[in-house]
Design a protein around this ligand. Structure first.
Ligand SMILES: Cc1cc2nc3c(=O)[nH]c(=O)nc-3n(C[C@H](O)[C@H](O)[C@H](O)COP(=O)(O)OP(=O)(O)OC[C@H]3O[C@@H](n4cnc5c(N)ncnc54)[C@H](O)[C@@H]3O)c2cc1C
Length: 271
């Protein structure tokens, strides 16, 4: 199947992109790497009148460190995060996670903002940015607002993004020198979306001890229970409790798979 016809604009300023998305005479939609939207257009799951390509807006392509924060523009590609040509305040977390997303052709075009806006529960950046305690900054007709990524993702393909808004950037707190990170995803083959993801950040200097259970068919589950992260609490019965509010519920196979993913992420932190 092919996409229905649409108009195409490629603004170079964020304000212009917001004006185009605010037009009330057409249904307009932002496009970044088109790795998710492209198939949706071809399958006619999305039928916008106007595509607003935001990848030529310079401020959305920047990565810069400001004091204790790494600011990553929404249109930074997975490949650029993988290549690490920036002052990486995450001490290698971003390049390592990026390298595990699909394969290089997808990473060359797919963007961090597109991934979070699309909100596939199995997406790597949703799990990672939640575990890192990052904020997403959204620009819209009423100005800008910052929201923790953990609150921004509401469910399967569902976010707090309002009509006419664009994700502008992510603000990631710098990790301290002694921070430890663990990340494990269960995939049947390389380059495939995850079936269960565990992410763990322990950064005592900043008082952070956080685990995330992701790819659980809903929003990521944030775990701050020290018994799970540092003790013997990462067991199926406890993970079942934590997943009780997700679509997975008490499905034993799913609970066990998520327990294994989180356990292996925790093992990387404590090794
Ligand atoms: C074969 C394949 C394998 C993949 N495997 C993985 C994987 O293992 N892990 C993983 O995490 N991902 C994976 N992906 C998804 C990939 O990471 C995509 O890059 C990502 O989902 C979407 O990013 P994009 O820039 O292509 O967004 P697009 O496809 O351009 O847009 C996706 C959605 O986000 C909206 N959007 C885009 N940018 C913004 C913005 N800045 N503000 C507001 N809305 C915006 C669009 O309107 C659209 O609704 C895979 C994709 C493919 C094709």
């Amino acid at each position: 199947m092919k996409a229905v016809g649409f108009d195409y604009e490629r603004p170079t300023a964020l304000d212009h992109a917001l004006e185009l998305l605010a037009r009330d005479d057409v249904s307009a939609r932002a496009v970044a790497g088109a790795q998710s939207l492209g198939p949706m257009l071809n399958l006619r799951l999305a039928q916008p009148d106007l595509l607003v390509d935001i990848t030529h807006i310079a401020e959305l392509r920047q990565i810069r460190r400001e004091d204790g924060t790494l600011r990553i523009g929404a249109c930074v590609t997975h490949a650029r995060l993988e290549d690490g040509d920036y002052d990486d305040a995450t001490r290698g977390v971003l390049p390592a996670v990026a390298a595990g997303i699909a394969y290089r052709a997808v990473r060359n075009r797919g963007t961090i903002g597109g991934s979070v806006a699309h909100a596939d529960p199995a997406a790597d950046w949703i799990a990672t940015l939640t575990a890192l305690g990052a904020d997403v900054v959204v620009a819209g007709p009423a100005g800008r607002r910052a929201v923790p990524v953990s609150d921004f993702v509401l469910g399967v393909f569902e976010t707090d993004l309002q009509p006419g808004e664009i994700i502008a950037e992510f603000r990631v707190p710098a990790l301290s020198e002694r921070a430890r990170w663990g990340y494990y995803k269960v995939c049947r083959k390389a380059g495939e979306f995850s079936h269960a993801t565990g992410a763990v950040l322990v950064d005592p200097a900043r008082g952070v001890s956080r685990a995330v259970i992701a790819a659980a068919s809903g929003r990521p589950v944030v775990v701050d229970d020290p018994e799970v992260i540092h003790g013997n609490g990462c067991r199926p019965e406890r993970i079942a409790d934590l997943l009780a509010g997700t679509p997975i519920g008490g499905d034993a196979f799913e609970v066990n798979t998520h327990t294994v993913a989180l356990k292996r992420a925790i093992a990387q932190v404590t090794a």
